[in-house]
Design a protein around this ligand. Structure first.
Ligand code: SAH
Length: 213
């Protein structure tokens, strides 16, 4: 669990790379510059940790590309103390970025193996989520709603209704929508039944899977 000067140097290069790709929020860039991404990947992949690429983790899943993590986080416009729900905990890297920005994080993962691994790992490196949940993200967490922000980190074939209804007024849902290719989509809740919708180009994610049961 080492974080060396070499890692820090590589991280600064990564921050430069995603800045050049258009990320401007300095708090998001600082978080990416601070979090030891190499620790979220199996040790054999150390050399890849600071390239701007998605990478395999356990259970056939991936840790999202740093640019994508930064892009989605920027769209959430997090303020310290905001209550944020993440769908797709995976390696916990995106959750760490949210925690670094001062969010209270509730994150759901449907793969038990990943849920267990990440539940142990995140606190070990000092990142404490409010709650990590083993369950189905399509349902969200009605008992914890409303959320100031919701981020979906898997490709959703459609926008699950419960996620929209669990947003606070003024809250933001960032969700990649589509089958093979996904359109990054932002919903802002303007009123009880009123949502604004914006699109931000194409991305590729592993699929948001429907519950097995
Ligand atoms: N945010 C993660 C990215 C993980 S990839 C990271 O930073 O590493 C997407 C994750 O979504 C996978 O771990 C996958 O198992 C999970 N997932 C897929 N469908 C889901 C569902 N219905 N509910 C919760 N998690 C789901």
């Amino acid at each position: 669990m080492k974080d060396t000067f070499k890692h820090k140097g590589l991280r600064q290069k990564l921050v430069e790379t995603i800045t050049n790709k258009g990320i401007t929020d300095s708090r998001v860039l600082d978080a990416i510059g601070k979090i030891p991404r190499h620790l979220f990947m199996d040790s054999g992949f150390l050399d890849h940790a600071y390239q701007d690429k998605a990478f395999p983790i356990a259970a056939d899943q991936t840790i999202s590309q740093p640019y994508t993590v930064a892009f989605q986080t920027e769209l959430l416009q997090i303020k310290p103390g905001d209550k944020i729900m993440e769908i797709g905990t995976g390696s916990g890297y995106q959750a760490a970025v949210l925690i670094e920005l001062g969010a209270k994080v509730y994150s759901i993962e449907r793969q038990q193996e990943l849920f267990k691994k990440t539940s142990k790992f995140l606190p070990k490196i000092g990142y404490r989520a409010k709650k990590l949940i083993f369950g189905d993200g399509y349902k969200g967490l009605p008992e914890e709603a409303p959320f100031d922000g919701i981020i979906v980190t898997a490709g959703a074939p459609f926008v699950p209704k419960p996620l929209l209804s669990q947003l606070a007024i003024g809250g933001r849902l960032v969700i990649p929508v589509g089958e093979d290719v996904q359109t990054m989509t932002l919903y802002v809740r303007k009123g009880e039944k009123e949502f604004e919708r914006h699109e931000y180009g194409d991305f590729r994610f592993v699929p948001l899977l429907e519950d097995k049961t």
